[in-house]
Design a protein around this ligand. Structure first.
Ligand code: SAM
Length: 286
């Protein structure tokens, strides 16, 4: 496949370019080349992007772009993509991820423009890799609503998902959000990743209630991602096989095997099918 972003002859179209979330060294070579080759950069905040361009020694025309920019602004950008290189950036990280861009990409596609992406930093992905929580299935939930009722309703929607959950958050709201998550999801394993790729990067792990207590009187500074483990991972008590068997025997004394296995599997964070098979074997011995 031809590379549409070779610096000397990029095709006209829309280039979605991820930029660093803290450490400017994380700008990719291809991203820098594409910014240099742009006819126009559509930026969330042109003052923020100006700093990046200055660090790269570039001077490129810019225009502000938000998804609430009017139709005419968007149509004008899409028109320019016919024979010019238009680059979309946000203040930091991957455009469209809790950032502007979705409507511009939608309209560029609808108009048949060349649309390509230059993947790069994203706080949500960086945080899940730091957290040590299961990464095979996850849901990115962005920012939760501010109002308590709306926030609780949103959290309730996620509670049954067997997936790790990722939220963006700010320091002043962190403890209240961790509390709300503990109430709505149960006391799961979680991580608070802060200032990723910056000088004071840290990732604090614990249970939701433990983390809420830690930050209650000490709201942290900087940018934050909360990662919450799936149900069953967290509040699960670690158990060896003997403990598991004892719990199964006790549970089977007052309920059917399937129900006993389900409850014990949940309590110890074990696979339900494995625990059921173990329960059947124990029942044979009773
Ligand atoms: N588009 C960006 C991305 O790809 O991650 C996210 C933009 S969103 C408006 C900004 C939020 O991302 C911040 O409030 C914070 O929750 C998270 N964030 C951005 N940079 C971060 C960093 N260096 N460390 C931790 N969280 C960060």
């Amino acid at each position: 496949m031809p590379d549409s972003t070779i610096s000397n002859s990029p095709l006209p179209g829309l280039y979605i370019v991820a930029t660093p979330i803290g450490n400017l060294g994380d700008i990719g070579a291809r991203a820098a080349e594409t910014l240099a080759a742009a006819d126009l950069i559509a930026a969330e905040d042109t003052r923020v992007t100006a700093k990046l361009l200055s660090r790269l020694g570039l001077r490129v025309p810019m225009t502000p772009y938000h998804d609430h920019s009017d139709e005419r602004t968007r149509a004008a950008l899409v028109a320019r993509m016919e024979d010019e290189v238009v680059v979309l950036v946000s203040d930091a990280g991957t455009p469209l991820i809790s950032d502007p861009g979705y409507k511009l990409v939608r309209d560029a596609r609808a108009a048949g423009r060349h649309v390509t992406t230059l993947p790069g930093p994203c706080a949500a992905i960086a945080a899940i890799t730091l957290s040590g929580l299961p990464s095979d299935r996850f849901l990115f939930a962005g920012f939760l609503p501010n109002r308590a009722k709306a926030r609780a309703d949103a959290i309730a929607e996620f509670s049954a998902l067997r997936a790790t959950l990722i939220f963006y958050e700010s320091g002043p709201r962190l403890a209240a959000t961790l509390d709300a998550l503990a109430s709505g999801l149960g006391d799961r394993e979680a991580a608070v990743a802060r200032e990723i790729s910056k000088l004071y990067e840290e990732c604090v792990t614990g249970t939701l209630t433990g983390l809420a207590a830690r930050y209650a009187d000490a709201p942290p500074k900087g940018e934050i991602v909360i990662v919450v483990g799936p149900p069953g991972e967290a509040a699960a008590e670690p158990a060896d096989d003997a403990t598991l068997d004892a719990a199964l025997r006790a549970a089977m004394a007052d309920r059917p095997v399937a129900q006993a296995a389900k409850a014990v599997a949940k309590r110890f964070g074990r696979d339900r099918h494995d625990v059921y098979a173990r329960a059947l074997a124990l029942k044979e011995q009773l």
